[in-house]
Design a protein around this ligand. Structure first.
Ligand code: 0T9
Length: 359
């Protein structure tokens, strides 16, 4: 295809062949330079921070119903950044750098302390190949907590959509979301979000339809339906009212200068690899990448030899997340339990060098 530089055609074709005969962890496969991103997957949770005004606005809800709507609006509004922003900034989806043991990027506990809204979660992926596309199942979920003015807490379980990576053959990959994801609130409101590509609903790519249903116990409360394209706008189907609009600019997470980061912070750790990829110096990129990967393999060997497990710095792993268990039954969660990582609030928020809406 045209997106593939002539000199890298052969390498792209063999990369595609290895994807096709492979399932599991794609990150270990060697890809041609034109498709490499200078950004580590460790940074991706920052996309959750890019609509701080909508995140904060969750706190201003006037009812459980209104709050559930605001959570849905914020969630839908983050999708454009999460799933289409690399196409905008780099021309197509690119292969992110593969996180290594010990790497940190300060962003998947997000909170606005003044407004009492916080989010935490985790995400991993299982990939497979089908019909010329990469199919990605996201493992993990997020929990959003709102502290109400009366001190009570409202809680939302957010599941993550499946995705498909199309356009591989032409060397210009892009993401399409598929199937269904859910947002379940403690108050009983449930958002069921269906994702469709070209040829469904409106016929456009990146289409979605969300149905917000009232708690089973409530009588007479309406079901709301929202429809549109998640990377543009959507409206309330019944009233015609605008529901979300992300056609305007978004806020990007700012981090401290790389020079001030410690050696484990993602942008410092990958600094020279990123520089090489950005500037087309693939010898530098590959030399540095090999060095990082060899050190990583050594740390794994040391672990095995010492019979120890990697100690997390900011999170504690739990095998079963109580929030997931509590709300999973509202959408027949399969499997019924999921593990989670609980943020340890270390260091305390004030020590983070970030604005109130990002952490
Ligand atoms: C969580 C997001 C996730 C991570 C990325 C599939 C993917 C790794 C996971 C799911 C974020 O909240 C949202 C966005 C993009 C997802 C990535 C897109 C992608 O291509 C990679 C996979 C592992 C590849 O690198 C495939 C090979 C590549 C050549 C295709 C461009």
């Amino acid at each position: 295809g045209e997106a593939v530089p002539d000199a890298q055609r052969g390498s792209w074709t063999s990369f595609l062949k290895s994807i096709a005969s492979f399932s599991g962890d794609l990150s270990s496969l060697t890809a041609p330079p034109f498709i490499l991103s200078p950004v580590s997957l460790t940074e991706f949770p920052a996309y959750w921070c890019e609509r701080p005004e909508l995140f904060a606005a969750i706190a201003d809800a006037t009812s459980d119903e209104d709050r559930a709507k605001r959570v849905l609006r914020w969630f839908i509004s983050t999708l454009k950044g999460q799933y289409t922003s690399r196409n905008e900034s780099m021309g197509s989806e690119k292969k992110p750098l593969n996180p290594v043991l010990g790497e940190v990027f300060y962003a998947y506990y997000i909170c606005n302390p003044e407004k009492g809204v916080s989010l935490q979660g985790h995400s991993a992926q299982k990939t497979s190949f089908s019909g010329g596309s990469i199919i990605v199942k996201q493992i993990g979920h997020a929990t959003l907590t709102v502290t109400l003015p009366n001190g009570e807490k409202d809680e939302y379980l957010i599941t993550l959509p499946r995705l498909r990576i199309d356009g591989l053959w032409y060397g210009s990959p892009y993401i399409e979301l598929c199937e269904t994801s859910w947002i379940v609130s403690a108050s009983g409101w449930v958002s069921t979000i269906e994702y469709k590509g070209k040829g469904y609903f409106s016929g456009k790519s990146h289409s979605y339809k969300a149905t917000l249903t009232p708690p089973p116990s409530s009588r007479g409360l309406p079901t709301h339906i929202f429809e549109g394209t998640w990377h543009e706008k959507s409206k309330n189907v019944k009233t015609g009212e605008l529901f979300h609009d992300v056609t305007g600019p978004k806020e990007e997470v700012s981090v401290k200068p790389v020079e001030e980061m410690d050696e484990w912070e993602s942008r410092k750790l990958w600094g020279l690899v990123s520089k090489g990829i950005r500037e087309g110096d693939f010898e530098l990129a590959s030399r540095e990448k090999t060095r990082i990967e060899n050190e990583q393999r050594q740390r794994r060997r040391d672990e095995v030899a010492a019979g120890t497990k990697w100690e997390l710095k900011h999170f504690v792993h739990v095998d079963s997340d109580p929030t997931y268990e509590r709300y999973g039954k509202f959408f027949n969660a399969n499997p019924p339990t999921e593990d989670a990582y609980v943020f340890q609030h270390n260091p305390p928020l004030a020590e983070f060098d970030a604005p109130a809406t990002g952490a």
